[in-house]
Design a protein. Structure first.
Length: 364
């Protein structure tokens, strides 16, 4: 009897400690802090493309951290030659209470989910629906991470579909104060009614995607979204020969112009489709990885790149994805550095950063 009471007390303490830690993590997340634990995912490639055949994906969830939060709505629309051919949408019972914050954002109530299927009951059907399609979404890393984890847990498979983040294209093609999905919808004069319900967000995302496609065609930018960007006027060897010569811009296809400093450790962007990158310089390496010529071109164009077989400080070998972004040192200094987008999710005022690998990239 005594041992039973002791075991019961230990269990209660463990539950309370878990709740306390979850609360601390939530508060840290709200303030843009850092979560220590991060999951390795072997996802597909992050593309900057306008595919004609694709599936738009959007989720609603109990929170922003795929390590602890759950899917409450899963929706997708399949397109062939830019025309809708099928759709998939279901509420999902997370088997937990729904916070008031999430209810206010999504207008999904706990009683809506009571009779809904659980994720293990629907993820197989969604896997069949998705197939090998390229996934398109707005801030799509968030949706990909949750779906990836669900397939891995319940189907025992790796979801390695390539994906396109429409927000990244919007940031390249448009000049706006904010780039939330509703902001871009309003920019194009479309209705944003029904936002934060997954199927409505899929429709809005595709509408933006098609508008951006037309803008890119009209402005002659479609070549920026083609495969295999190449240096056209100077090879990378030519750039290396002219290290430190800031009077000799090195022209690439997009147009992107870059120069290297004297010892070749830093790259300065003289011209880029992303205006916020022009005039800034960044370290030519991340940890023990030195960026190749193709990676430098992609980074200067504001694109994500994937580094394969990256060795972390802890000795682990992982694949990671990231792009160039403004960072801040502990002393408050701003710098341009490589930012891991596979570990960062920021969506409609909610943000979570689960790691800070960018500490490796700072001004010397």
């Amino acid at each position: 009897m005594i041992s039973y009471i002791i075991a019961h007390c230990v269990l209660i303490c463990a539950v309370k400690m878990t709740c306390f830690l979850c609360k601390i993590c939530y508060l840290i997340n709200k303030k843009g802090g850092v979560l220590i634990m991060a999951k390795e995912r072997h996802k597909g490639e992050s593309l900057l493309r306008f595919p004609k055949d694709y599936t738009v994906l959007d989720l609603e969830t109990t929170g922003v951290n795929p390590n602890v939060d759950k899917i409450i709505e899963l929706s997708a629309i399949k397109y062939r030659d830019n025309q809708e051919v099928d759709r998939f949408s279901t509420l999902v019972n997370p088997q937990r209470w729904l916070s008031k914050e999430v209810q206010d954002i999504t207008h999904i109530r706990p009683w809506d989910l009571k009779q809904a299927p659980t994720i293990d009951q629907v993820i197989g059907d969604f896997d069949k629906f998705l197939g090998n399609d390229t996934i398109v979404g707005y801030n799509v890393n968030f949706d990909v991470n949750f779906t990836y984890d669900a397939m891995e847990e319940h189907l025992g498979k790796i979801m390695d579909n390539n994906f396109v983040d429409v927000k990244r294209i919007a940031q390249r093609e448009l000049t706006l104060d904010k780039y939330k999905q509703v902001d871009v919808v309003e920019h194009y004069g479309m209705l944003s009614e029904g936002a934060h319900r997954a199927i409505n967000d899929c429709e809005m995302c595709n509408a933006i995607f098609q508008k951006l496609r037309m803008d890119a065609q009209r402005q002659g930018h479609m070549s920026d979204y083609e495969d295999n960007p190449r240096f056209t006027q100077m090879t990378f060897d030519d750039i290396l020969k002219n290290e430190g010569n800031t009077q000799m811009p090195h022209v690439v296809k997009t147009p992107v112009k870059m120069v290297l400093n004297k010892d070749g450790s830093r790259v300065k962007i003289l011209s880029s489709p992303v205006e916020s990158l022009v005039g800034k310089d960044f370290k030519r390496s991340f940890g023990n990885h030195v960026f190749s010529k193709e990676e430098l071109v992609s980074l200067a164009k504001g694109e994500d790149i994937t580094i394969k077989n990256f060795k972390t400080k802890a000795g682990k070998v992982i694949d990671l994805t990231g792009n160039l972004a403004m960072k801040t040192t502990q002393s408050g200094q701003s710098f341009l550095g490589f930012n891991r987008t596979d570990l960062v999710r920021q969506r409609d005022g909610l943000s979570v950063m689960v790691d800070n690998m960018s500490k490796d990239v700072q001004f010397q």
